[in-house]
Design a binder for this molecule. Structure first.
Ligand SMILES: [Zn+2]
Length: 408
């Protein structure tokens, strides 16, 4: 097969031909031209229109051949279109103003779904910026072609970048298990940006939103999706409870330390684990500690009991169960748990809403772990845009541009 034929085939061009293939400074320069006396598709409407004139030469970087860099050289034509005016033709291998050909964008973007940007750059002997540009172009294409208006359940969560110093708000489609949007920050303004960029009209179908008891989020949701059911995520709720239990342990351990006893040191996870997950040794430690009538064992028992709320059949039953539990906490006189009760009471409707839809951010949690793995393999991202782009690329379920040749 000649290089000409290979290029024609991978580009799937019908109106253009390869004029020459030159090897200059170790790279292949492929010159293309249109086939004479043809009408070309208009970039505005796609209809074939008469050619008017030529634009200056443009150069595209193409898929390397056996490690040899390949560039395409072509002067795009302008066509006279009765609907669009004088516009540039639809160059079949080009996407917008990108200096990369569509096959190169697709190839690099395919690999960046699996590997870090710098690894892909090394693998194909291109610059980091080229790979990043390809990924960005692929995401732009995907965002432009994604089907909207199909989201029923939204999950909002946050992850941190740069060792926990910078937060990113993640918005997930809980049914399709894809990332809808990712943006820096976790304020009201951050979530507003999502509604703006995704389009509020495209979220008209949303019936329920799941998130943490975080006021900036709940405020925006109540305002912009007033008809959707707000469900507080049960995993976040349990995390708040764990924090309270640990606070009890720390207070008690500090009290013991003053008396010179080191009874509860280093047992943090023992009290946060579910009973059925304890090891034999932890079970024995727990039975031993139970003899001393400690605050932490009281807290642990209350925590274990709280988990039973999810077994209730209805919201009504759960409400009764919780009121009973609140009373027990009051008798326990454990301040951190009383604070937790206050939190639950203030958000009771959103917590009990779970019994109506049974959605939780369990999926979001799994997706967040994927996001963290992506961040780690890239050894962090310097800018929020780069981070959001790579996350959307790997987790957004976005379509890649169409090419004849598939790369994976
Ligand atoms: Zn047109």
């Amino acid at each position: 097969m000649h290089v000409e034929k290979l290029v024609r085939k991978t580009l799937s061009v019908k109106d253009h031909r390869v004029v020459s293939v030159k090897e200059i400074d170790g790279s292949l320069q492929i010159e293309l031209d249109m086939i004479r006396r043809r009408c070309l598709p208009c970039s505005g409407c796609g209809e074939r229109r008469k050619v008017r004139d030529r634009l200056p030469l443009r150069v595209w970087q193409h898929v390397p051949l056996w490690g040899i860099p390949v560039t395409l050289h072509y002067r795009p034509r302008r066509v006279c279109c009765p609907t669009c005016g004088v516009v540039v033709e639809q160059v079949p291998w080009s996407q917008g103003k990108s200096p990369l050909t569509v096959p190169l964008i697709v190839m690099l973007a395919t690999w960046t779904r699996l590997l870090a940007v710098d690894v892909v750059a090394r693998l194909f002997g291109v610059h980091w910026n080229t790979v990043y540009a390809a990924m960005k172009a692929a995401v732009e294409h995907g965002l432009g072609h994604r089907e909207k208006g199909t989201v029923l359940h939204i999950g909002i969560d946050e992850i941190s970048r740069r060792k926990g110093h910078i937060y990113h708000t993640q918005v997930y489609d809980l049914d399709h298990k894809v990332l809808l949007w990712s943006g820096e920050g976790r304020s009201e303004e951050t979530l507003r940006r999502f509604f703006e960029e995704y389009g509020k009209a495209n979220l008209a179908q949303v019936t329920a939103v799941c998130c943490d008891m975080w006021e900036p989020y709940t405020k925006v949701i109540a305002e912009l999706l007033p008809d959707a059911l707000l469900v507080f995520d049960k995993f976040h709720l349990i995390r708040h409870l764990h924090k309270a239990v640990d606070e009890v342990r720390r207070q008690e351990a500090a009290g013991h330390r003053k008396k010179g006893i080191t009874l509860l040191k280093g047992e943090r996870y023992l009290f946060l684990k579910n009973q059925e997950n304890l090891t034999d040794k932890q079970q024995r430690t727990l039975s031993f500690l139970n003899r001393f009538n400690l605050d932490i064992t009281k807290a642990w028992l209350l925590k274990e009991e709280f988990r039973l709320v999810w077994l209730c059949k209805t919201g009504k039953q759960a409400r009764r169960f919780l009121h009973d539990w609140f009373r027990k906490v009051r008798y326990s006189r454990l301040e951190p748990l009383k604070k937790f009760v206050k939190l639950v009471k203030n958000h009771i409707d959103g917590i009990l809403a779970w019994f109506e839809t049974k959605i939780s951010n369990g999926i979001a949690e799994a997706l967040n772990n994927t996001a963290k793995a992506i961040s780690r393999r890239s050894r962090g991202f310097r800018t929020p845009d780069a981070f959001s782009t790579v996350l959307m690329h790997c987790m957004g379920g976005l379509q890649l541009p169409h090419t004849v040749h598939k790369f994976l």
